[in-house]
Design a protein around this ligand. Structure first.
Ligand code: FES
Ligand SMILES: [Fe+2]
Length: 415
């Protein structure tokens, strides 16, 4: 392990190798020391999207995940409060809740020596221990939790950034609130790429025309492409003019964007969250394969003409919400070359599978888009690992948000 000074030297050296307007040098994507520093400065410092409130609807419901080597459990306690803990026994460290998703009975019982914790984290019993053990000092280690619009965020930091600004943005963007949703399906993926490769891919649609044929039929992200005609740009302008005034009048949020893509992130002001609503292509009411609705309207929407709401929070979340369903992606770092992704489809909680919605219609649009992306990320990592890799220039027309992401990342890492 590097000492603090040697890490500073290594970091300065890496920074010197980065040419502005270009991708990052290889070590940023595969060096274990860089990855360890990222866990510290990005993943254990910021706010992380954990899951949806509807995934823990009853007391005792829990789900687990890991941030690098740190296992976390999120659960609803007896009072209905959503809590998060390090999923680590305070006796000898055993992982407490074993399943990805489950329900604990009245208490959390460690499988090793059966120390027993209440659902709010207090140590209730530790049979077999000697007299004088202070149970009050051996409760589970709590993790900060915030909920907004039916989404759960956690922070492993002792003093994380103020959550209020992100709360304002997400709550305003999601008046219909995911608490009125349910999970129709979640799929877990292993992406064999560094987490930054996944974000860099997310931050541009330079690759979309060729790699996401179904996505570009529904969306205008490629409207700025040179091969796109003035007619395509005009279609975007007309669709936007038709819908945006009505959304604004109805209080459905609209935020500034360039073409189909929001400018995000904003490294200069350390803005790591954003929400933007954009129009869908003519004939598309939903991000589905044929543009038709695939589930009943979500929450309190009264019209399908709401385009698509796009939410993002760095370092691990994005979501696209159509009028009838929403799709959330959560990333977690699992190694310098491995990222876990969970893609979750939400529908209205009263919608009935097989009757109101069918998975074969609901899933393909984002399942295909996600899997196409993961495959691209795998290929990038394979090439970046080569000794022949040299970071190339980023397109000013298409990859301005990749540059913005790199700037945000470098700022976080240098702080
Ligand atoms: S490690 Fe949990 S009870 Fe011993
Ligand atoms: Fe993509």
């Amino acid at each position: 392990m590097h000492t603090r000074n040697s890490w500073q030297q290594m970091w300065s050296c890496l920074l010197e190798q980065h040419k502005p307007g270009h991708g990052l040098p290889r070590e940023f994507y595969n060096d274990p020391e860089v990855y360890a520093a990222e866990l510290d400065k990005v993943w254990r410092s910021g706010w992380l999207f954990a899951g949806h409130v509807c995934e823990v609807s009853e007391p005792g419901d829990y789900f687990t995940f890991a941030v690098g080597a740190d296992p976390v459990v999120v659960l609803r306690d007896d009072d209905g409060t959503i809590r998060a803990f390090h999923n680590v026994c305070t006796h000898r460290g055993t992982l407490l809740c074993q399943q990805t998703q489950g329900r604990v009975g009245r208490a959390i019982v460690c499988p090793y020596h059966q120390w027993t914790f209440s659902r709010n984290g207090n140590l209730l019993a530790c049979r077999g221990m000697h007299e004088g053990v202070d149970k009050s000092a051996l409760g589970l280690q709590g993790i900060r939790v915030e909920t907004v619009a039916g989404m759960i965020y956690v922070s492993l930091a002792e003093n994380p950034a103020d959550f209020r600004p992100v709360r304002e943005v997400l709550a305003a963007a999601l008046p219909h609130n995911f608490e009125r949703a349910k999970v129709a399906r979640a799929i877990d993926y292993e992406i064999h790429a560094n987490w930054k490769i996944v974000w860099e891919n997310n931050r541009e649609c330079y690759h979309c025309d060729v790699n996401h044929p179904q996505y570009v039929k529904a969306n205008f992200d490629n409207a700025e492409a040179e091969q796109n005609t003035a007619a395509r740009r005009q279609a975007l302008a007309e669709a936007a003019a038709r819908s945006e005034a009505r959304w604004a009048a109805e209080g459905v949020s609209v935020t500034h964007k360039r073409g189909g893509l929001a400018l995000f992130p904003d490294a200069e002001h350390d803005i790591w969250y954003s929400a933007s609503r954009t129009v869908l292509a003519d004939g598309y009411e939903s991000e589905s394969m044929d543009g038709r609705r695939v589930a009943p309207l979500l929450g309190n929407f009264t019209s399908p003409d709401v385009g698509v709401l796009r939410l993002r929070t760095l370092p691990n979340f994005w979501n696209h919400t159509s009028c009838d369903h929403a799709v959330t992606t959560r990333l977690l770092p699992a190694g310098q070359r491995l990222t876990h992704a969970r893609v979750t489809w939400l529908v209205d909680r009263d919608a009935c599978e097989g009757h109101d919605y069918h998975l074969e219609q609901l899933l393909p649009f984002w399942q295909q888009t996600s899997e196409q992306d993961w495959q691209l990320c795998d290929m990038v990592q394979r090439g970046v690992d080569s000794t022949a890799y040299r970071p190339g220039p980023l397109s000013k027309l298409w990859e301005y948000n990749v540059e913005a992401f790199i700037a945000w990342y470098l700022r976080r890492m240098s702080s």
